[in-house]
Ligand binder design. Structure first.
Ligand SMILES: C[S@@+](CC[C@H](N)C(=O)[O-])C[C@H]1O[C@@H](n2cnc3c(N)ncnc32)[C@H](O)[C@@H]1O
Length: 213
C-alpha cells in the first residue's frame, strides 16, 4: 500500500510542470517558483538588502536571490545567509550556516554572521517534521511561526519584510493575528506553484510596529 502511494507520488512529481521547469532552469527544487511568483508581485528581493533564507536546503530560494541580485550586479554588496539543518551546496554570494533554527545556538550564530546589524528581508520556507497527528503538527507549525516572529521582532529592520511559509489548520488564524499585532501590513498568499492539495500558505508581513530601535 505505502509502496504504491510512493510510486504514485514519484510519477506525479516527475510529470509536474514546475519540477520539469526547475530542472531546465537549474533550480534545485520546484520551490523556486513560489518565491519567484511572490517576488514578482511584491518586489521583495532588491539590491542593497541583507537577506536571511531559513530552511534553505537544497537551496532554490537562495539561488533565486543570488541570480536576481547577480543580474543587477549588486550581489557582493550585502550579506545573504542561508540556514538549514541539512547541508546546502555552495551558491554564489550566499553564506551558509548549518543549524536548527529552534536552537538558541543557531539564532546566535545568525545574529553574529550579520554582525548584530538588523536584517532587511527574512524568508522562511522551513517545514517542520510532521508526525501526521494533526494536533501535534499544528502546534509545531504555529510554534515555528511564533519563533520566526520573535526573531523578526528583535532582528528585522523596522522597515523590513518577512515571508513565512506556514500551513492552514488549527491555530493558523491566531498566528496571522499575532503577525498583525507586530507588523503594519500582513498579506496571505497561496502561489499557483504551491500544490493545491497542500495546506501550505505564505504570510508576508512588512514594517514592524512600535519597536524601540
Ligand atoms: C521545503 S524545504 C525548503 C526548500 C528551500 N526553500 C528551497 O527552495 O530549496 C524545508 C527545509 O526546512 C528545513 N528545516 C526543517 N526544520 C528546520 C529547523 N528547525 N531549522 C532549520 N531548518 C529546518 C528542512 O531541513 C528542509 O530543508
Amino acid at each position: 500500500m505505502a509502496k504504491s502511494i510512493n510510486k504514485r507520488w514519484i510519477k506525479k512529481h516527475l510529470s509536474d510542470t514546475y519540477v520539469k521547469q526547475a530542472k531546465k532552469m537549474g533550480f534545485r527544487s520546484r520551490a523556486a517558483f513560489k518565491l519567484i511568483e511572490i517576488d514578482e508581485k511584491y518586489g521583495l528581493i532588491r539590491p542593497g538588502l541583507t537577506i536571511l533564507d531559513l530552511g534553505a536546503s537544497p537551496g532554490s530560494w537562495s539561488q533565486v536571490v543570488s541570480r536576481k541580485l547577480k543580474q543587477k550586479k549588486k550581489l557582493i554588496e550585502k550579506k545573504i545567509v542561508a540556514v538549514d539543518i541539512l547541508p546546502v551546496s555552495p551558491i554564489e554570494g550566499v553564506e551558509y550556516v548549518q543549524g536548527d533554527f529552534l536552537e538558541r545556538e543557531t539564532t546566535e550564530k545568525i545574529i553574529k554572521v550579520f554582525n548584530n546589524y538588523k536584517i532587511d528581508l527574512i524568508l522562511s520556507d522551513i517545514s517542520p517534521n510532521l508526525s501526521g497527528v494533526s494536533v501535534a503538527d499544528s502546534s509545531r507549525i504555529n510554534y515555528l511561526g511564533e519563533l520566526v516572529l520573535d526573531f523578526c521582532y528583535h532582528n528585522l529592520n523596522v522597515n523590513g519584510t518577512v515571508l513565512l511559509k506556514t500551513f492552514q489548520g488549527s491555530g493558523y488564524s491566531q498566528l496571522v493575528e499575532k503577525y498583525k499585532q507586530v507588523f503594519c501590513q500582513v498579506f496571505r498568499k497561496k502561489p499557483d506553484s504551491s500544490r493545491s492539495e497542500s495546506a501550505e500558505v505564505f504570510v508576508l508581513a512588512k514594517n514592524l510596529k512600535n519597536r524601540v530601535v
